[in-house]
Structure formats: structure tokens, C-alpha cells
Design a protein around this ligand. Structure first.
Ligand code: PEP
Ligand code: MN
Length: 337
């Protein structure tokens, strides 16, 4: 922690801060400059320490040296994390592809779509059984019946199942069916849910909250990691801005930035990120070019009749094209797909 004193700070104020730092269990080292004095506080940078130092008289600002997230940070673990669930591997040299409908609609739908997607090169099957809908009158998902349909699709194809869990009390049930538990954007800061997923023993796919900063996103991941669950996949799915041409704004700079800050793999969701089917392939290419470790894409045999998110959902034929072009981009950035 670095405590920067104001240029007119008095010697008494500096001395007070030195004593305060000692009382907090850290070692102060005073650096007197020509313009101002800076105190380095050496020791364990606990959470809340800057709150204890900032109110000091004569203090201009306090700057932490270490990231506030420990387990998610690349400062503490330099090798990249690879999350594995059945044939799905996220974080290796191969760009992982998770595809499927927004909502699981029927067993026939999900089983036949899963077969197609598997043949086209997907290694994970997405599909919501518990749906977080903006309106209480919209389709809320088939719940446990939907999970059974997903399990049937896994039995038919071997694809790893990625599905959303919305409530801590549902985690044990979801963990019986799913291979990866998705935490949706609206629940990124549901701390009890994060902890319950941390306790589940299942890999997590954590979506970025639509107004969450990168630090908030990584601290949410920290909640899962802190329960002893090392398998967290970060998912950039777009944030809310003033822009209304697309459903959300997809900030792809977060991919390399997250990969610098954290060892966790990063996937991109171009479907929710744009809200527009015709933009999905191009933003998938951009995501792979930016170094994404995977894609999660909404695909439906008949998007016009999808029970949710039809306008951002691509057809299997479009998915085929996406796989083809993204493979070429992957090769250009020394990955496979
Ligand atoms: C979804 O994946 O269908 C979903 C609801 O995503 P998000 O939480 O990113 O809105
Ligand atoms: Mn959706």
C-alpha cells in the first residue's frame, strides 16, 4: 500500500500516519520527495486497509499495490487455469465452443439440436431450464423437466451441459444434471449463490454483470474460488451503455485485460453481447482474434419460433459458417478450434 501525502502535509501528520500504519500491523517506510512525502506500508494488504488510511489528515490518496482479488489474480498464480468438464476444455490452446438454445424447449428440440451442434464442432451444450426473464409474464423455463431434457441430450451426444442456476437452494439439484453451472449476469453479485456454486464441486461459468466493473467481476469470481472451487470460467457478455443499436455493448478489450489480471479462462457471448443474430458471426471472429478462450452462442433450429431471445439466435446453418470462419481466425492467432 502506498500512502501519498498532500504537498502541504505537516511533519506531525506524516508522523501520525507512520504510527497508524504500525498500529495496523504494517511496516512504514517514509520517502521524502521534493514536492511531497510518500509512505510505503509494507505487509499484508488486507481488504479495508485503504479505508483505514484514507481518512488520515494530510493524506492525498492511498494506492493498493496488489489486486483486491487474491485467488483470481495472476499475481498469485501465473500458470493459466484450464477448466475441464467431459469433452469441454476451456483455457487450453483450443478455442472452446458452447452452443445451444437460450431456453430448453422440448426433449426433441434439444436432443436433435445437440446432435447437429456436436457434428459441427461444439464441445458444450447450453440451454436454460431456469430462465431469468425481465418480465414475470415471459416463459420462465421448464425447470427440473428442462434439466432432464438436457441430460437426455448429453446421453445422446456426450456434450457437456452448461445451464444457469438462479438460486442457492437449487444448486444441489442443478449439480445433479449439469456439468457446468452458469451464473447469469443478473446474479453476478448474488453472493450466496456464488458461495453455493463454490461449494457444489462443479465448474462455474460466471457471466459479467451488465454494469459490473472488471474488479467487481473478478471479486465475484473470488467468492467461488474462495470456497475451494478452482474451476471458474469468466464470460464477457456485454455491458449496458448509452448505445441502443445493440442490446448491450460488447467490450472485447476486456478479454486480453482479464487475461492479464487473472489466470482464469475467458469466453465471450456474442449473442447477448449484441442481441442481433446478424452480428454474432462477426463478433465471434473478433472475440477469437482478441484471444478469447471460448465462445458461448445461442443457436436454434427455428429462431423465429424460439421461446426466448429469438432475435439474437442463429440457425445451425449460420453456426456452421461461424465455425468455419472462426477456425481460420483461430489459426491466425495460433489456436485451434
Ligand atoms: C442466457 O445465457 O440465456 C442469459 C440469460 O444470459 P445473461 O445472464 O448473460 O443475460
Ligand atoms: Mn438468452
Amino acid at each position: 500500500m502506498i500512502v501519498v501525502m498532500k504537498s502541504d502535509a505537516t511533519a506531525e501528520q506524516v508522523e501520525h500516519m507512520v504510527n497508524h500504519i504500525v498500529s495496523l500491523g504494517m511496516q512504514p517506510q517514509v520517502l521524502v520527495g521534493t514536492q511531497r512525502t510518500v509512505i510505503a506500508a509494507i505487509g499484508d494488504e488486507r481488504q479495508g486497509l485503504s479505508e483505514a488510511l484514507e481518512p488520515g489528515e494530510g493524506v492525498e490518496k492511498v494506492m493498493p499495490i496488489l489486486a483486491p482479488y487474491k485467488r483470481a489474480s495472476s499475481e498469485l498464480k501465473s500458470e493459466r487455469t484450464v477448466v475441464r468438464a467431459r469433452g469441454l476444455e476451456v483455457g487450453g490452446t483450443r478455442v472452446a465452443v458452447i452452443a445451444g438454445p437460450c431456453s430448453v424447449e422440448s426433449e426433441d428440440q434439444i436432443v436433435s439440436l445437440a446432435r447437429t451442434l456436436k457434428a459441427q464442432g461444439a464441445s458444450g451444450l447450453r440451454g436454460g431450464a431456469f430462465k431469468p426473464r425481465t418480465s414475470p409474464y415471459s416463459f420462465q423455463g421448464h425447470k427440473e423437466d428442462g434439466l432432464k431434457m438436457l441430460a437426455a441430450a448429453r446421453d445422446a451426444t456426450g456434450l457437456a451441459i452448461v445451464t444457469e442456476v438462479m438460486a442457492p437452494e437449487h444448486v444441489p439439484m442443478l449439480a445433479r444434471y449439469a456439468d457446468v453451472l452458469q451464473i447469469g449476469a443478473r446474479n453476478m453479485q448474488n453472493y450466496q449463490l456464488l458461495q453455493a456454486v463454490g461449494d457444489s464441486g462443479k465448474p462455474a461459468l460466471l457471466k459479467r454483470g451488465m454494469s459490473a466493473t472488471i474488479d467487481e467481476f473478478l471479486l465475484a469470481a473470488e467468492y467461488i474460488l474462495d470456497r475451494g472451487n478452482p474451476d471458474v470460467i469468466l464470460c464477457e457478455r456485454g455491458v449496458r451503455t448509452f448505445e441502443d443499436h445493440t442490446r448491450f455493448t460488447l467490450p472485447l478489450a476486456s478479454v486480453p485485460y482479464l487475461q492479464d489480471r487473472s489466470h482464469l479462462p475467458v469466453v465471450v457471448d456474442p449473442s447477448h453481447g449484441t442481441g442481433k443474430a446478424k452480428l454474432v458471426e462477426r463478433m465471434s471472429k473478433a472475440a477469437v482474434a482478441a484471444g478469447a478462450d471460448g465462445l458461448i452462442v445461442e443457436v436454434h433450429a427455428d429462431p423465429e419460433h424460439a421461446m426466448s431471445d429469438g432475435s439474437q439466435t442463429i440457425t445451425p446453418a449460420m453456426f456452421e459458417g461461424l465455425m468455419k470462419t472462426c477456425k481460420r481466425v483461430a489459426e491466425a492467432v495460433d489456436r485451434t478450434m
